[in-house]
Design a protein around this ligand. Sequence first.
Ligand SMILES: Nc1nc2c(ncn2[C@@H]2O[C@H](COP(=O)(O)OP(=O)(O)OP(=O)(O)O)[C@@H](O)[C@H]2O)c(=O)[nH]1
Ligand SMILES: [Mg+2]
Length: 463
Amino acid sequence: MRAAAGGRAVFHLQHLRPRPPCRASPAPATAVLPHSAPASRAYHRRLPKGFLPTLEPGVSAVYLCRRVHSTTCSVSLDGRLQGELDGAKGEVRKHETVGAFQKIPMVMPATDILMSAQRKSRNVPPTKGIANIAKRERNKGAKQLDALMKELSVPLRTYTENFPKRRDLHPYERSLIELTFGEGYYEQVLGRVDALRKRITSVGKQHASVCAKSTTKREAEERLAEGKKRLEEAFQHGQHAIDDLVNVAKALRSMPVVDLHIPTLCLVGSPNVGKSSLVRILSSGKPEVCSYPFTTRGILMGHIVSNHERFQVTDTPGLLTRHDDDRNNIERLTLAVLSYLPIAVLYVHDLSEDCGTSVADQYTTYKHMKERFGDRLWIDVISKCDLLGKKAPISFDDADEDVTQYRKFGPEGALRVSVQSEIGVKELKERVHQLLTSQMARIKADKAEHETQEAGVSVPWRS
Ligand SMILES: Nc1nc2c(ncn2[C@@H]2O[C@H](COP(=O)(O)OP(=O)(O)OP(=O)(O)O)[C@@H](O)[C@H]2O)c(=O)[nH]1
Ligand SMILES: [Mg+2]
């Protein structure tokens, strides 16, 4: 069931309504956290309950990041859609970039920050030339407390300043944050880190000032010890916020990176229809393939390299037949890809119903997706065609003539493919290549149009 090829996805921008994390999904999101190593378990220990891994199990985050690290680029989004997104806030940003998660700072674990701060502050000497013992001691105490306060608070300031603000992120990355951690969690963690920084600064200043007023050597020593104790207590009291930030940073850094300038093929369809099996034969991506729905619970990027051309392929979680408002966060990841990235769609239909979703339900979901994202370049694939016609014919009494047609032939122009029997695979690869080449042309045209607009030159054929 495994093979290789490559592809890319391009995304468009449409409305994706934010919702709090849904726990009524077919299985708890936390049940499929990537990797089972103890380190991995520790890493996820403090992630929020609604945490949803966007990285496929078994896929190396490091591999993905290293591979596409240099692909961060700027992209101009469709003006209307970007306007829709930003209009409400009165902000109009014409340029959006992806790749912010690969630039977030490394966060030191709280215990390391504390140990380093204690070591450095301990070695701070008094100002040279103070002959009076009491004055020298209080000078040293105040300086050491000031140093401890700074060593504890400066890293926290660096984090809060250098983690991207959600409003500055590409809409795709914004939705990844929301769907992965749950609404507001990211800001909440950064807020707690900032609150800790303020508390440390306040406690440190207060005790340094008290120490500086000591009248004897002994008093200065006692006030220094007391100040250190209070600072350490304040830090330890709030250090969970830093540990949470460590986990947020790790999760964000391991998210698959997409290059918006490379054509991307996005596989979409109901659960268990064979999307991941197709990703395996089309690209370098190796998503898990299993005989139950929602095997794929996150976004996975694979690549196709052919004749010096590079394409991206993204596997997505299956879509159930229901209203978008009722979708769980796993399904919403698929909508985020479709909504915000410039992708071409490969829609997978399983007319054998081996997937467990009826043909009628698959048709309903397909129609909805086609209405919503029909402006994308698109291929329909009927999967598992080795299973078609194997069962004794059953007469269906479809209420809708369109469903009857769909049951027999699938959507117009659909390709019949079987990964298992290798039927239609060559033709599929050719069609995918054509599609992605057309997508490349679209990307170039959009880029040229954007550059023309940037230069302030009117485009006569568009006016
Ligand atoms: N007979 C047959 N089975 C297939 C074919 N392609 C995939 N399958 C089987 O269908 C099941 C689902 O395949 P996946 O590729 O995991 O399907 P998916 O759409 O990615 O599933 P989710 O990620 O759960 O939405 C697996 O048991 C596959 O072995 C095919 O061409 N023929
Ligand atoms: Mg899958």
